[in-house]
Design a protein around this ligand. Structure first.
Ligand SMILES: Nc1ncnc2c1ncn2[C@@H]1O[C@H](COP(=O)(O)OP(=O)(O)OP(=O)(O)O)[C@@H](O)[C@H]1O
Length: 329
């Protein structure tokens, strides 16, 4: 061992000596008096696989400088990842845009966030999170999510199926495909946001049954029609006993880039009033801006910036984080 090597450097050196597939399971590894102590997650492994894993750690570190003995503690309790579904009754209200930006805002505040694009028929997260034309690898029967450039992991049917291919799928098949994305190897992710397809069909119902979300966020524009659809999506979550965390109003207020006048193409404040009437918390309002649209198309979520356009997403992320901690917001 190098004299003066600090614990973080030692941990990095020990981890670097391990093959990636076993390194990703390590919760902690330290070296004290020639003894390397590894704590690793083996909650999903059968007894025989656990033995193989233990031997693999011992072999990986055996010849390392300063290591005389290797001890391995395998934990059975896999950390449960919390799941939040982002839904809307109506399509095109900005659910995918919100999902990617809220994910990035939560990641900026220290959460380890993954995004699942549940919109099997019209996936948009590969573009929004700049992972288009990339293919996730598989480890055994588990997919390895892609790392987006914005600190968020992501998996979408758009990464797996050629554009337009999934369109022919029927509900149960689409539901199964979504289950595969949820069951991927999310590593140290602590929160998954699922961008649901619009509507209240088979995919949503099967997701509710298979990977019950901890809570749901509903997105709507201030328009009456979108609100009615949001109410329908709300009922779906209630029937599935998924708590509704709150409502987000998107595309509220458009500021003319030429004259500065603010107009409300889809109305204003409707979602907040609606939320009050239904006694659902209001999570925040996102304006309609050219920047949000253009940044989305360019795979650069405004939430990743320090600019003003990140603020509405930061505010919503803050309320979600409070909800996750069980606090009032
Ligand atoms: N606040 C906003 N300001 C400007 N454009 C927005 C805003 N929110 C979303 N958009 C744009 O509206 C379009 C639809 O958004 P998005 O794909 O996020 O909606 P969606 O509800 O997920 O749609 P779908 O139902 O098709 O999955 C996109 O072009 C997006 O860039």
């Amino acid at each position: 061992m190098n004299e003066g090597e600090n614990p973080a450097a030692i941990e990095a050196r020990l981890r670097a000596a391990m093959p990636e597939q076993i390194e990703r399971r390590v919760q902690s590894v330290r070296l004290a008096n020639g003894r390397a102590i590894i704590v690793a997650d083996a909650g999903d492994l059968r007894p025989q696989e656990r033995e193989v894993l233990e031997v693999a750690y011992k072999q990986a570190l055996a010849d390392l400088e300063g290591v005389e003995e290797v001890r391995v503690a395998l934990t059975a309790d896999r950390k449960r990842i919390r799941i939040i579904a982002i839904g809307s009754g109506k399509g095109g209200v900005g659910k995918s845009t919100l999902t990617s930006n809220i994910a990035v805002a939560l990641a900026k505040s220290g959460h380890k966030v993954g995004v699942i694009d549940g919109d099997i028929y019209g996936p948009s997260q590969p573009k929004l999170l700049a992972t288009e034309n990339r293919k996730p690898e598989a480890q055994g029967d588990k997919l390895i999510p892609l790392e987006s450039p914005h600190g968020v992991k992501v998996l979408s049917m758009g990464h797996l199926v050629a554009p337009g291919k999934a369109l022919a799928w029927r509900g149960p098949m689409a539901g199964k495909a979504l289950g595969q994305l949820v069951d991927a190897d999310w590593g140290d992710t602590d929160l998954l946001l699922i961008d649901l397809p619009p509507g209240t069909g088979d995919v949503q119902i099967s997701m509710m049954a298979d990977s019950k979300p901890d809570g749901a966020v509903l997105v709507s524009t201030p328009q009456d029609l979108a609100l009615i659809d949001a109410a329908r999506a709300g009922q779906l979550f209630e029937q599935g006993e998924v708590p509704i965390i709150g409502l987000v109003e998107n595309m509220a207020g458009y500021e003319c880039p030429h004259c500065g006048e603010v107009s409300d193409p889809f109305g204003h404040g409707g979602v907040e009033k609606f939320a009050k009437a239904l006694e659902i918390p209001f999570l925040g309002r996102v304006p309609l801006t050219l920047d949000i649209r253009q940044s989305g198309d360019a795979g650069k979520p405004p939430a990743a910036s320090d600019g003003e356009s990140a603020e509405p997403f930061n505010a919503i992320a803050k309320r979600l984080a409070a909800w996750l901690r069980g606090e009032e917001f």
